[in-house]
Design a protein around this ligand. Structure first.
Ligand SMILES: NC(=O)C1=CN([C@@H]2O[C@H](COP(=O)(O)OP(=O)(O)OC[C@H]3O[C@@H](n4cnc5c(N)ncnc54)[C@H](OP(=O)(O)O)[C@@H]3O)[C@@H](O)[C@H]2O)C=CC1
Ligand SMILES: CC(C)CCC[C@@H](C)[C@H]1CC[C@H]2C3=CC=C4C[C@@H](O)CC[C@]4(C)[C@H]3CC[C@]12C
Length: 559
């Protein structure tokens, strides 16, 4: 349920932006006599929408906070978060949720870490949060298909998309019309998706990597990973290069085939992912891989959120596969295929905007795989279970939404010119460098126990004590200098910046390519709240001290 706030934001901002686009395209541009009037109207509209947005944000945050704190405790997977409110003795965990202590054991005598929802009328157990919103978010497969359709067949215009849906003879069901424009399970899509997944699974098994231990789970498990992400990414990209070379030299086709069949591919992966999440749900209930599993009692919520933290199928870690091996590699490959299409259609000079974008993206993803072991300690892995949110998200939302800028650019080439291309490229790479430097500062300070120079000075640190769920006292370093002294998540700023720089080459005529940027901004703002709650539960007064020393979330003196 931790995506409530971003989703509300997303929907409102999309409606807002679509309305502005409509105004711009239909009235403002065509009738200059209305210019001043439209400007006034738009200003008023924007002001009103802003008010609406702020009041929604406030409401959602209030709801969300009252809901999330106990939820973090009950779902805590860090092995240390819950010590102030939960007790664990001899493998039995018990947490106070809604004033009622509940315990759960699995067959090996350990707590399963997941408790039945209290029947109290709190937000946590509310029908809206656990059923309605998950059902609404399950409409996102349609959204990903409409995004593709808009980019490829409606010239990237959201207004055209909305009017196609609204004018459908099927009434409200017009929203589902997009499925009639694609072939689920087409031969091509099954071969490409099946073949690619198999390729990634084989690489996961055969490519060597250092053994890495993840954080201890609440039931005392230590998940082990093979740190082979960077090699696999490089092998994947090199194989793609070879395949492209082969196709170009010896066949009449090229990887731009992916663009031509993208609707079918997206539809097929969506259907696959929806069934796969069902399988994960059943697996977690009937055949869990570890004691970090269980049901909330509400099948819809369980399907959405997942029933297992670290499911493994035939020894393959599901989240590593969905998030890293599939999600983050197709995030790099799809824009390459789309750029190929742009190049074939418009030539090099006109597709330079696409080329600039993929260079920034590929550099960013190389950085991600370089640091992949660090990702195994983030909330995606230690808090979020393998369900619709994270698994469908990585299998379909990454291909469907995260690559929007690139699919859009196929039909919107811009000959940026070399100087402009160089400025955008340089700015994007600089953002990646700052983002990486911030991640690294945190890592290096911890690895050297604070005995390192940050920005040429001895760093200020807080030695924060916390207790693991096994009752063991531990100490961690909170860095108060460098980027971590500017704001508590200053590194999100370059993250947003780099996405901005790979998006602006698509120009400013439509909002479609900016969908990812909007989503990311909302996701990261929301994540600062999630992380605050997580760290507060883990470090208590030490985190409070850090918050006092570094009062800003992302932008110093602003937010
Ligand atoms: N493109 C996308 O869709 C997204 C990209 N990202 C990127 O992924 C990367 C990881 O981000 P994210 O997962 O949000 O995690 P963060 O990098 O923000 O790390 C947060 C964790 O770091 C530790 N920490 C917090 N403050 C300090 C401090 N002052 N000193 C030392 N340690 C501290 C805490 O963990 P501990 O328990 O160890 O103390 C905290 O939970 C970032 O580069 C981010 O930009 C993130 C989200 C979405
Ligand atoms: C179902 C939806 C409403 C939401 C799905 C969201 C997920 C696809 C994404 C949520 C968090 C994202 C990520 C977090 C951190 C990352 C590290 C970064 O360096 C690379 C990207 C990523 C792995 C990123 C990927 C998408 C999410 C899992």
């Amino acid at each position: 349920m931790t995506v409530l706030v971003p989703e509300t934001f997303t929907i409102i901002s999309y409606i807002n932006a679509a309305a502005c686009e409509a105004f711009h395209n239909t009235i403002y541009q065509r009738n200059s006599a209305f210019k001043w009037y439209c400007t006034l109207l738009i200003d008023t509209l924007v002001a009103q929408l802003k008010n609406l947005l702020y009041s929604w944000v406030l409401r959602c945050l209030l709801y969300f906070h009252s809901f999330q704190i106990p939820k973090m405790v009950q779902n805590s997977t860090n092995g240390s978060l819950a010590h102030r409110v939960a007790h664990q003795t001899n493998g039995t965990s018990s947490s106070k949720v809604s004033g009622k202590t509940e315990t759960a054991r699995n067959s090996n005598g350990l707590s399963n870490g997941i408790h039945k929802h209290s029947p109290s009328p709190s937000w946590q157990s509310s029908f809206l949060a656990t059923t309605i919103i998950p059902i609404l978010l399950m409409m996102l497969p349609n959204v990903t298909l409409w995004i593709w359709y808009t980019a490829v067949h409606l010239d990237g215009s959201c207004m055209e998309c909305i009017s196609t849906i609204v004018n459908s003879p099927n009434g409200v069901w017009g929203f589902f019309d997009v499925w009639s424009k694609v072939t689920v399970g087409s031969r091509f899509s099954v071969i490409v998706i099946g073949g690619y997944m198999l390729f990634q699974i084989v690489l996961m098994v055969v490519v060597p990597g250092k053994r890495v231990e993840g954080p201890v789970t609440p039931t005392g498990n230590i998940p082990v990973y093979k740190d082979n992400g960077l090699y696999i990414y490089l092998i994947t990209m090199a194989s793609f290069g070879c395949l492209t070379f082969y196709m170009k030299m010896f066949t009449t086709t090229s990887p731009s085939l992916i663009y031509d069949n993208y609707g079918d591919l997206l539809a097929t992966i969506n259907v696959f992912a929806l069934f796969f999440c069902l399988l994960l749900y059943l697996k977690g209930v009937f055949a869990p891989s570890s004691s970090d599993s269980g049901s909330s009692g509400n099948p819809i919520f369980d399907y959405y959120w997942g029933t297992e933290l670290y499911p493994r199928i035939f020894g393959i870690d599901v989240k590593v596969f969905t998030n890293c091996r599939f999600g983050c590699t197709v995030w790099a490959l799809l824009p390459c295929c789309f750029t190929m299409k742009a190049y074939e259609m418009h030539g090099f000079d006109a597709s330079i905007n696409s080329i600039v974008s993929i260079i920034i993206l590929a550099t960013y993803l190389t950085k991600f795989f370089w640091w992949e072991a660090g990702y195994m300690c983030t909330i995606d892995i230690i808090l979020d279970r393998a369900g619709y949110y994270i698994c469908w998200g990585c299998l379909c939302f990454i291909p469907g939404l995260y690559t929007t800028f690139s699919i859009y650019m196929v039909n919107h080439p811009i000959a940026l010119g070399y100087p402009m291309a160089a400025v955008i490229l340089g700015s994007g790479i600089a953002c990646i460098a700052v983002n990486y430097a911030a991640d690294r500062q945190k890592q290096i300070v911890r690895a050297t126990d604070g005995k390192v120079l940050i920005w040429g000075k001895k760093p200020e640190v807080i030695r924060a004590k916390y207790r693991t769920s096994q009752g063991e006292e531990k100490c961690s370093i909170l860095l108060v200098s460098g980027f971590w002294g500017l704001a508590r998540h200053f590194h999100y700023l370059p993250e947003i910046g780099l996405a901005f720089f790979w998006t602006i080459p698509s120009g400013f005529s439509h909002i479609l390519p900016y969908f990812y940027l909007t989503f990311l901004t909302i996701l990261l703002c929301h994540r600062t709240y999630r992380d605050d709650i997580k760290c507060m539960a883990k470090y208590g007064t030490y985190w409070q001290e850090y918050r006092e020393k570094v009062p800003y979330r992302i932008i110093p003196y602003v937010f």
